[in-house]
Unconditional design. Structure first.
Length: 349
């Protein structure tokens, strides 16, 4: 390799995949470093780009493109332009591939073998015939231009160019494109373009300010209980519930007493019927069966009433014990009442 600088870039016709794999062996020679034409930093970028192309990573072309670009920016040697053009062509950055191929042919001159020159010249001519030229501006400037080509089959091909400063001239592959601008704090329209080979067109993106929501959220309306908390109405609720529960307990006690009274009446009636049967020597005596059944029903209802009364009274006592204090003048008052066949509670809550 001494005295050769970068190894010569050969491109066998019809063997593009093998050609890309061969980038792994492209290195810079000590002679090139000594002559100051290629820096060690550029050599590292170039070797890293070649390494990416030997991997199976989905983004290997993007990574190799970035490395080759960095190498050429550091040391603009013509031999770097060969692989840079090939990777740019793979990414459909056709304008950059055209420029790189031209630079490679001009820089290589007579040093290029005839087969290599013919292959590069053929690729260059095909690219030049198949591109459309678009000139893009953005207002304000500094936006990135996003070009998305939508092929008839396969995934979209997306490339970013910029940031823009004045007019940005792009040579894109013929086909259906969607192009828009990106700039922080702005939104852009989407330009649908059916680009024909050789066509030239222009577009200016008038970016609009994006709506930015206020960082301070609007104050939420007060909860339904807020006003009652301020007036103390919420503190009355446990008192009211406590007194209602005590009132229901009183109703249960009254109901239990009433059912006990009914039970006693049916018991007395049954005894009288039984004594009549004995006096009349009726055997068996069935006259008291209905009275006995009614007596049992009344006993059950009385028991249920007393159990319910106990539960309500216990709940009412707990509510009153643990309820917040309130103005005594506003406290509820109640009193149970029992009448003929009726029980209830009356008062102010």
């Amino acid at each position: 390799m001494a005295g050769q600088g970068l190894r010569r870039w050969t491109i066998p016709r019809g063997c593009r995949s093998r050609m890309l794999g061969a980038l792994a062996v492209l290195v810079l020679s000590a002679t090139a470093h000594a002559q100051g034409r290629v820096s060690q930093n550029a050599s590292r970028h170039f070797a890293e780009g070649a390494r990416y192309l030997t991997t199976q990573q989905a983004d290997r072309y993007e990574k190799a493109y970035a490395e080759f670009q960095a190498a050429h920016l550091d040391s603009p040697h013509w031999k770097i332009l060969g692989p840079l053009g090939i990777v740019a062509q793979q990414l459909e950055r056709d304008g950059e591939a055209i420029d790189a191929y031209r630079g490679y042919l001009e820089g290589g001159g007579k040093a290029l073998k005839a087969a290599e020159r013919d292959q590069i010249t053929s690729d260059l001519a095909r690219l030049e015939l198949g591109v459309a030229t678009v000139t893009i501006q953005s207002t304000p400037e500094g936006a990135w231009i996003i070009d998305e080509r939508l092929p008839e089959a396969g995934a979209p091909v997306i490339n970013r160019y910029g940031p823009s400063a004045g007019s940005l001239k792009l040579r894109i592959r013929a086909g259906h494109h969607r192009i828009h601008a990106e700039l922080g704090g702005y939104v852009s329209e989407i330009w649908d373009l059916n680009a024909s080979a050789g066509a030239q067109t222009a577009r200016t993106f008038e970016l609009r300010r994006a709506h930015v929501p206020s960082e301070t959220p609007a104050s939420a309306p007060p909860e339904p209980f807020d006003d009652r908390l301020e007036t103390g109405e919420v503190s009355k609720v446990p008192h009211v519930l406590g007194y209602v529960s005590l009132g229901l307990g009183a109703v249960g006690v009254g109901s239990g007493i009433w059912f006990l009274t009914q039970m006693s009446d049916w018991e007395r009636t049954g005894n009288q019927q039984f004594e009549g049967c004995v006096a009349d020597e009726i055997d068996p005596c069935r006259a008291d069966d209905e009275a006995t059944e009614k007596e049992g029903q009344a006993r059950t209802l009385a028991l249920v009433s007393f159990i319910g009364a106990g539960a309500f009274i216990g709940a009412g006592v707990l509510l009153l014990l643990y309820a917040p204090s309130s103005d005594a003048s506003q406290q509820a008052s109640w009193s149970p009442w029992i009448g003929p066949g009726e029980v209830g509670v009356s008062g102010r809550f």
